[in-house]
Design a protein around this ligand. Structure first.
Ligand code: ZN
Length: 496
């Protein structure tokens, strides 16, 4: 078996940025299997980063750089420059057994997410994940563990007779109510092993967690050991073909450890002694894949229509040639085009003396402002009602954080909104747009929604499957994003 111990560890003198999943928090270092050959420490500004030298999934050393992204400005870096994160492909063109995983070239690339409950679309998505998991177990008494439970949103959608457990290393876990057992801890960890003892779970879920994990195989092995014989593991993670075709640069700017394809996931899950029984695409985080997984010898969930749907997704993915370098190189070219377009657009807005607000006090916003360069000076406020109650300014950007109400009262000329919540943003800000505000979305290509094109743009979010359960096939997502430009850069795509 290749690379059974491809775990990574941060440099002793290094400094973690807050990570969604930092399996090697100091208290857990003692239990970590350190594979010293898989990392090397380099100095970047005043920050020490851990360079990844082996694929997180298969252990191959053939990692080919594919693109770099400016991340949020972080305290401690000289001149407070934006942090650059490099992404590499575990490259099958150089090593026949390389798995093709797209991943960050450093071990501290992940970011801290906001609370799950903040966006209605996130809540809807987590509710669907919980419901679908429970349906598989036909409503029998069961216990459920949510890994990366955040504020407990997903667990709250189980009925009371489900025994609920949540773990998360972030402070959001403090918001989980007494109705569930919860712990501020990373999974897997020695602390949790001690707390759980021999305990197993009928449902284990991990939504938007896997992409932030530096040791995915150890994670899967730990899930398998905690899953009852006929239990189900619900895994939802960023899906590379959707993320790339939608030009979701914010995902990489904000930082992730890896973005998976079905082929890499299937291989890893099989290597861990499990199998995928059901799968579909979901709109979460701008484009995710949702898989239901069980032990390899459990035939209880074998169902032909589900297998056929998986096979179809598999075929569509294979048609995209995601194991070659070209899709990633053309993604980088499109990102540069977007950057030039934005710089130009917002420089003109600043020249005209018009004002811009940006929605969401999160890592993606910080990264986008860094990405915009000097043109970001037209942005004068960050709009986030929840965050405004807790703090006044957004990190190193120093921009004031204000509430939705204050933003509407200030009547900015433009509002930049996160494309991954496009439908929800259009719904929430409809009246403001109708009153004359212009809403800017940066991806898949920069575009402006006004009162005159509102209906058409809102319709497109539905057609593109941005509603939960609305996403049918990869083909329809690609069509909505401008065709097969993930692999082929045709003239139509360039002028789109
Ligand atoms: Zn690999």
């Amino acid at each position: 078996m290749r690379a059974a111990a491809n775990r990574l560890v941060k440099c002793v003198n290094g400094s973690f940025r807050a990570a969604k999943y930092a399996p090697f928090t100091p208290s857990l270092l003692a239990s970590a299997t350190v594979a010293a050959s898989s990392i090397s420490c380099v100095q970047r500004g005043a920050i020490t980063v851990s360079k990844v030298t082996e694929c997180r999934a298969c252990g191959s050393k053939t990692l080919t750089p594919v693109f770099e992204m400016n991340g949020p400005r972080i305290a401690g870096v000289i001149n407070s420059r934006a942090q650059k994160t490099g992404y590499v492909l575990c490259d099958p063109s150089r090593h026949a057994r390389a798995c093709g995983l797209l991943q960050a070239d450093s071990a501290d690339a992940s970011h801290a997410p906001g609370p799950s409950a903040r966006h209605a679309s996130n809540r809807e998505n987590l509710r669907a994940l919980a419901t679908e998991s429970l349906e598989l177990l036909s409503g029998r008494d069961c216990s459920a563990l949510d890994i990366g439970c955040n504020d407990g949103s997903l667990l709250s959608y189980y009925p009371r007779w489900v025994e609920r457990f949540g773990v998360d290393p972030s402070e959001h876990v403090d918001e989980v109510g007494k109705w569930a057992w919860s712990a501020k801890a990373a999974f897997p960890s020695a602390d949790l092993d001690k707390a759980f003892g021999e305990k197993k779970f009928d449902i284990i879920s991990a939504a938007s967690v896997f992409e932030h994990i530096d040791a995915p195989r150890a994670f899967l092995n730990a899930v398998k050991s905690r899953l009852t014989e006929d239990g189900v593991f619900a895994l939802e993670t960023l899906y590379a073909p959707t993320i790339l075709s939608r030009n979701a640069i914010d995902v990489f700017q904000a930082g992730v450890c890896a973005v998976y394809s079905l082929s890499v996931l299937e291989w890893m899950i099989r290597a861990a002694g499990m199998k995928i029984v059901k799968g579909s695409l979901s709109p979460k985080e701008g484009g995710s894949i949702r898989l239901f997984i069980t032990h390899e010898d459990n035939a209880e969930f074998d169902f032909d229509p589900w297998s056929e749907r998986l096979a179809k997704l598999w075929d569509e993915e294979n048609a995209l040639a995601m194991r070659a370098l070209q899709p990633f190189q053309s993604f980088e070219r499109r990102a540069v085009e977007i950057q030039h377009y934005l710089s130009d657009m917002f420089a003109k807005i600043a020249d005209r003396g018009e004002t811009v607000h940006i929605l969401g006090a999160d890592a993606q916003t910080e990264a986008l402002l860094a990405f915009m360069g000097p043109a970001a000076k037209s942005v004068i406020a960050v709009v986030d009602t929840h965050a405004a109650r807790e703090r006044d300014i957004l990190g190193e950007t120093r921009l004031p954080i204000i509430s939705d109400t204050d933003s509407r009262a200030a009547e900015p000329d433009y509002v930049i909104a996160p494309a991954r919540y496009k439908r929800e943003m259009l719904e929430r800000w409809r009246e403001t747009i109708m009153l004359g505000a212009k809403m800017v979305f940066v991806t898949p290509t920069p575009h402006i929604v006004t009162s005159s094109n509102y209906n058409g743009e809102y319709g497109k979010t539905i057609a593109a499957g941005d509603a939960v359960g609305g996403t049918e096939t990869l083909r329809s997502i690609l069509a909505a994003a401008g065709g097969l430009r993930v692999i082929v850069e045709n003239d139509a795509a360039k002028s789109a």
